[in-house]
Design a protein around this ligand. Structure first.
Ligand code: MG
Length: 392
């Protein structure tokens, strides 16, 4: 795979002086697949972020489910608000650790671009369809799909497909990847073949994602009534903060009690992550971004907080993600995607002209791309158009 020359002249970033030596620097980026002149008034990573915000996959995140189906309530998180929360948390952490905030923000805003409609239920359904039709085709992985969106699927630029982002943003978008798919992808996925880590900006964003979804799933879970306070109270991490708020503000209404508890949990997680990562970075003695890639994972919570977070996740899994009402929605969602896939696979002429898949194995990939790009409500509408007799 081609990479732009390292020595292209790049806009100097006045903030580079404040970056830690292990932070990624826009002036020494490994560059873009299609060489482009450097931007005049912003850095390479700022340009990445701007391109992500302007792309159509980003706007579609507004109508994609996080946990609750998008049409179930206006107050619940969507993939868009989730991505914004991840960006905010990740930037705070990046700033404290002297990392590159622009790169961190770009990674956070792009990290879910490849998500299917209907959250994880949708992705599992689509993965199942791909495995059944094309066992050797690499299946469907949402991280890989996010990379496909920014490398191939967006059609906005005259000179290239995709957004032509920098290596560092692309490397980070690929959070997980099977070894087989990694071998096909080349340098951007090399760490899944050779071992090693991504940049600290990528590691931090990954953990910011975890902080964001655990806390907002508690918030949405309680708001929806599927989760009760007394289910969460016994968990030390949640209970500790909840009791501290109750002590400080006796008689506080539940809505504020929950919001204040979650606010404190987010702050505590960020503080722990920063302190613990700082210590690990110092112990490892890394002094360049490449040294970070060769070291063990350096961003991380302290062991006790990691354990508390795991306890919280166990409760969420049991009480919320596997709640009968959530399961009913996810089962229905999976069926919608499977039936759409089968209908297009049996007769590709049902797809719009511009999405007609090629022949051979690309046929299945084209169908997966089209379905993955749908919003929840578009998938429901399309399913109705294809299958409903009432709406005929
Ligand atoms: Mg996420």
């Amino acid at each position: 795979m081609r990479t732009a020359e390292r020595d292209v002249r790049r806009t100097p970033d006045p903030r580079e002086a404040s970056l830690a030596p292990y932070a990624c620097s826009a002036t020494t980026s490994r560059g873009r697949l299609h060489p482009e002149p450097s931007p005049h008034d912003r850095t390479e990573y700022q340009r990445d972020r701007d391109r992500i915000i302007h792309c159509s996959a980003f706007r579609r995140l507004e109508y994609k489910t996080q946990v609750f189906l998008n049409h179930e309530g206006d107050l619940f998180r969507t993939r868009l608000t989730h991505s914004l929360e991840v960006a905010q948390i990740a930037r705070s952490i990046a700033q404290s650790l002297g990392l590159n905030e622009d790169l961190t923000e770009a990674i956070a805003l792009a990290h879910d671009l490849g998500h299917t409609p209907f959250g994880h239920a949708g992705q599992d359904a689509l993965a199942g369809c791909m495995r059944a039709r094309d066992p050797d085709g690499g299946g469907f992985e949402h991280n890989l799909q996010s990379l496909r969106v920014v490398d191939h699927l967006e059609e906005r630029y005259a000179a290239f497909d995709g957004l032509n982002l920098t290596f560092e943003t692309r490397e980070a978008i690929l959070k997980h990847c099977s070894r087989r798919n990694a071998q096909r992808l080349g340098p951007v996925a090399a760490r899944f073949v050779d071992g090693g880590q991504p940049s600290l900006e990528a590691q931090v964003t990954n953990l910011a994602d975890e902080i964001a979804y655990n806390n907002h799933d508690i918030d949405d879970g309680l708001r929806s009534g599927l989760l009760q306070l007394d289910q969460l109270e016994p968990i030390a991490f949640f209970g500790g903060h909840l009791h501290a708020v109750r002590r400080a503000y006796p008689g506080l209404a539940t809505k504020r009690l929950v919001a204040e508890t979650i606010r404190r949990m987010i702050s505590a997680l960020i503080a722990d992550l920063v302190a613990s990562s700082r210590q690990r970075i110092a112990t490892a003695g890394v002094d360049t971004p490449d040294a970070v890639r060769q070291a063990a994972a350096l961003a991380g919570f302290s062991p006790p907080v990691r354990e508390q977070l795991a306890a919280l996740q166990r409760t969420l899994r049991h009480a919320l993600y596997r709640h009968p009402q959530v399961l009913r929605s996810t089962t229905k969602a999976a069926r919608v995607l499977r039936e759409l896939f089968d209908a297009y696979a049996d007769d590709p002429r049902l797809l719009p002209q511009e999405h007609q898949p090629g022949e051979g194995p690309m046929r299945w990939r084209g169908i997966a791309d089209y379905i993955a790009g749908m919003t929840d409500r578009y998938a429901i509408k399309e399913h109705r158009r294809l299958f409903s007799v009432q709406d005929w």
